[in-house]
Structure formats: structure tokens, C-alpha cells
Design a protein. Structure first.
Lengths: 204, 286
């Protein structure tokens, strides 16, 4: 269990060194994406002007205040509360995010499934688990909303955050076929029969 | 106007400060957790509760679907229509004035009015009590991570209580880390299908430490609460003893041919706020 300080964008080699149960703290830039963002990018053929190559994305849709553009608020948005949503709904977008946009790291909560695990292994990516529902804390790791694209989808726009000491995040899926979520799911499933028997359920 | 202000205030309060029973629930889980990753995750959740209070910020970015549960005491003379309109207005004002992320969209067009309001939303429930000269409003911002893990099974009488136990366990297994565990697993039993689902929501949003008013329901709550924490799903689905704070059951009579079971989950950020209106004024709590 090692700890890594990574500054985005990252290389394939940097991602390949990560193993499940390692921790990561990110610096520099983080992109926020959500259901609608990816539906529009990958199902409806819209393009973004952002270069996501080697970058990290987080499954989010923030609370923001619209303000005049300034040095402090270059995108015209003041961050209020930025947190992480359930990743599972966006499972099918992992591969296109990696193949079409070059994304290397996905930050989310609750985990992704087999197809994402395969994409991480084949293409060199990892899933970094954040603690869902701890957005007040997470917001303190975000310095600024630097830019925004596809803003007609607000709050599910494509957000560009400037971050500082974003983490620690837990490597929950790595590029070597490891997934903590699969392990926990399989273990829990294996306990099902005994748990039901203890509850007195017949022919569980 | 008083109700409109309160409806606004309640939404914002609920999003920022967790009720004491939930905080106590965290203490209990922390004390009983054996997994090291799980301990770290619970510690981060507890830290977040403090950070939200210290920075006057929202606990979670998910402002949820707004729910207002109104309880009207005896002898209270109220214009129901005006009351619901005031709540809607207050909900919208909280969203625009704080501001909050509006998480509410049309189900087909997915259009967001940026008001946290839409057709039939906020969800408003009205119930009655024999407590004199009192009206209370409980506001629950219901997050989607947990709400997406809602299930209904129209089991049959021959499947008995075993069907209930099996369904609850399988729902918790299927949900895994998605509902942001540790959760409160709300179970509705009996009624019609719609009542059953409403009971599950009532159970999921009930204060920790309370139990089902029906003794058989209360006994089943105890059994299921212990059982779900044997599964090892743990906080965030990353393993551990703390899968749920508790399983809560609410039940209603049902048809001789029916055995309906509904499950609705509440995430660890089990937010709610309450305003009580009496002739003396408004007081806020949980």
C-alpha cells in the first residue's frame, strides 16, 4: 500500500504503477463530468474544446454561484459545494472516455463494473474512490473553477477545476484487473446463504 | 409568508447540519467497526460533518429531491392550498437565493428549471395528529444515490416472512456501494403497492433509535439490522462491518392474497430538518 502524489496530466506508466489499496493525492487540474455530459459527448456526438488527454475526471455536478468573470472566477462561477455522485450509472462511458478523450483516471463513488475493469487493464487506467457524501470536505480541495464547457447542460456541464491536495483517494480499481468492489461483492454474495439461514429462512 | 420562509430555511438547514441521532449513529458504527479501510472512511464522513458546520456549507453536493412532510394538529385552521403553495415558493427561493444546485428535471425532456421544483415536486405529504395547536413540517432532501436503490416486490402469502427477509438481503447485496453506505434501509410491508413504497420511504427517513410501532415489525427490524451488517459490504461498498445504521420497518394491513415488500434506502448523509409552528412561534430542530 503505497501513496502517490500525482500531478495531472499523467502518463500510462504512472497509472500502471498504481495498485488497489494504494492511495493517491492529485494536484493541478481535474475535470468534472456527469450523466448528461457523457450522453451528449458519446451518444449525441458533441465535442469539447478541452484536452482531456492523460487527465483525471470526477463524477460530479457541483453547486455553484454565477458571478461576473474575474481573475478569481475566470469561468464566471464561484464554487459552493462540489462532491461526487454514484459512478455506476456512467459505467458504459468509461471506454469512450479513455479511447476518445484519453482520460486515465476516473474519480467516483460506489465503483464501476467489469467493462470498466477491462478498459482500465487494456488501456491503462484506474478508478480512484472518494468518500461519497463528503462534499464539504472535498470542496476545500478545490481552488477554483477555471473553465467550463457544454454549459447548456448546467449543472452537468464539463467543468475544469483547479485542485490542490485533492485526496487522499483510494485506488479501488487498477490497470492490472484488480477491483476492491468485485472482491467485496463476491465476498458478500458468498455470505448470503449463511445470513439467510441465520434469519431462519428455509431453502434460501 | 411564515411558511414560505420556513420552507426555504428548512431546505438549507437540512442540507448543512445532520440530526443528532445520525451523528450518534456514526459514533456507534465507529466503535464497532473492525476494518481499517472502513474505519478511515467513517472517519472521513465524521470529519465532513464538522467541516460542513465549520464552513457553513452543504454536507453533500446532492441537493436531492425535496420532500416536505406536513403534520397538522387538531384545532389548527389552515388553508391547505396556500400552505402547499408557500412550501413550493420557499423551496424555489432556497434554490435561487442560497444558491443551491437544482437537481430536478422533467422526466422526458430532462429540462432543469433551476428552481428545485417541477411537476408534483417538491413532494408534499400531509398527515394529521391529535396534538393540539401544532403544525410541523419535516424537510427531507432525498439524494439520488440512495433513491435509485428503491425496490418493490409483490410477493405472495405462501412465500411468507421468508420472502421479506430474502428480498431485503438481496436488495442490500444488489445495491452494494451505490446508495452511499452506511445506509438506513427502509422497508415497507403490506398495504397497496403505492402505500408500501411510501412506507419504505417513511422508514428510511425515520430518526435512528426509533423503532416500528408494531411489535412484530420491531422484532423483524432487529433481526434484519444485525443480518445486513453480516454481509461485509461496508462503508461505500469497500468492505467492513458498517453496511447500515439500521433496518427500519413501517407496515400496514394488506389484502389476504398479497405480501408486498418495498425497500427504500437513505444514504449516510441522512439529512432532515423540522420546523414546529405553535401559537408561540416557529422553532427549528430535526
Amino acid at each position: 500500500m503505497a501513496h502517490f502524489e500525482l500531478t495531472t496530466p499523467v502518463s500510462e506508466a504512472q497509472v500502471r504503477q498504481l495498485r488497489v489499496n494504494d492511495t493517491v493525492t492529485l494536484q493541478s487540474t481535474l475535470f468534472g463530468i456527469r450523466d448528461a455530459t457523457q450522453i451528449h459527448l458519446f451518444d449525441r456526438g458533441r465535442k469539447t474544446r478541452f484536452d482531456l488527454n492523460g487527465h483525471a475526471v470526477i463524477h460530479t455536478a457541483p453547486n455553484v454561484r454565477k458571478v461576473d468573470k474575474s481573475i478569481t472566477y475566470p469561468a464566471g462561477y464561484e464554487p459552493i459545494c462540489i462532491g461526487t455522485t454514484t459512478s455506476d450509472r456512467m459505467e458504459r462511458f468509461t471506454r469512450p472516455l479513455m479511447t476518445q478523450c484519453g482520460v486515465r483516471l476516473i474519480i467516483g463513488k460506489g465503483g464501476l463494473r467489469e467493462a470498466s475493469k477491462d478498459a482500465f487493464r487494456e488501456l491503462g487506467g484506474a478508478y480512484l474512490a472518494i468518500v461519497g457524501g463528503t462534499a464539504a470536505l472535498e470542496t476545500t480541495w478545490i481552488e477554483q473553477i477555471e473553465d467550463v464547457d457544454l454549459d447548456d447542460l448546467n449543472p452537468e456541464s464539463l467543468w475544469k477545476f483547479r485542485i490542490r491536495n485533492f485526496g487522499p483517494l483510494l485506488v479501488a480499481m487498477d490497470s492490472h484487473g484488480g477491483s476492491l468492489f468485485s472482491v467485496v461483492r463476491e465476498d458478500a454474495q458468498a455470505k448470503r446463504t449463511q445470513v439467510l439461514a441465520d434469519l431462519g429462512v428455509k431453502s434460501a | 409568508m411564515i411558511v414560505e420562509e420556513a420552507a426555504k430555511e428548512l431546505y438549507i438547514r437540512a442540507l448543512k447540519v445532520l440530526p443528532p441521532d445520525i451523528k450518534a449513529g456514526f459514533n456507534q458504527l465507529v466503535a464497532g467497526e473492525s476494518g481499517s479501510t472502513a474505519k478511515n472512511i467513517l472517519a472521513t464522513m465524521v470529519t465532513n460533518i464538522q467541516v460542513a458546520e465549520d464552513t457553513n456549507n452543504l454536507l453533500c453536493q446532492d441537493t436531492g429531491l425535496p420532500i416536505y412532510n406536513i403534520l397538522i394538529g387538531s384545532g389548527v385552521d389552515v388553508d391547505g392550498h396556500a400552505l402547499t403553495q408557500a412550501i413550493r415558493k420557499g423551496c424555489e427561493r432556497a434554490t435561487r437565493e442560497h444558491p443551491l444546485r437544482s437537481s430536478v428535471v422533467h422526466p422526458l425532456t430532462r429540462k432543469n428549471e433551476h428552481s428545485s421544483c417541477g411537476i408534483e415536486v417538491p413532494v408534499i405529504h400531509i398527515d394529521f395528529t391529535d396534538t393540539p395547536e401544532m403544525l410541523s413540517i419535516i424537510m427531507v432532501p432525498k439524494g439520488s444515490g440512495s433513491e435509485n436503490n428503491s425496490f418493490l416486490k409483490m410477493a405472495i402469502p405462501a412465500e411468507g416472512v421468508d420472502a421479506i427477509k430474502t428480498f431485503v438481503i438481496d436488495c442490500v447485496l444488489g445495491a452494494g456501494g451505490k446508495p452511499c453506505p452506511p445506509t438506513i434501509v427502509g422497508v415497507g410491508l403490506g398495504g397497496t403497492s403505492d402505500l408500501c413504497v411510501a412506507l419504505a420511504k417513511r422508514a428510511a427517513t425515520r430518526a435512528l433509535g426509533t423503532c416500528c410501532s408494531d411489535p412484530d415489525g420491531a422484532e423483524l427490524e432487529k433481526q434484519l439490522s444485525a443480518a445486513v451488517n453480516q454481509l461485509g459490504i461496508g462503508p461505500q461498498g469497500l468492505g467492513g462491518d458498517s453496511t447500515a445504521f439500521a433496518v427500519h420497518i413501517e407496515l400496514a394491513a394488506t389484502h389476504i392474497t398479497m405480501n408486498p415488500i418495498a425497500v427504500n434506502m437513505q444514504c449516510h448523509s441522512a439529512r432532515r430538518a423540522r420546523a414546529i409552528f405553535t401559537p408561540e412561534g416557529v422553532s427549528y430542530g430535526f
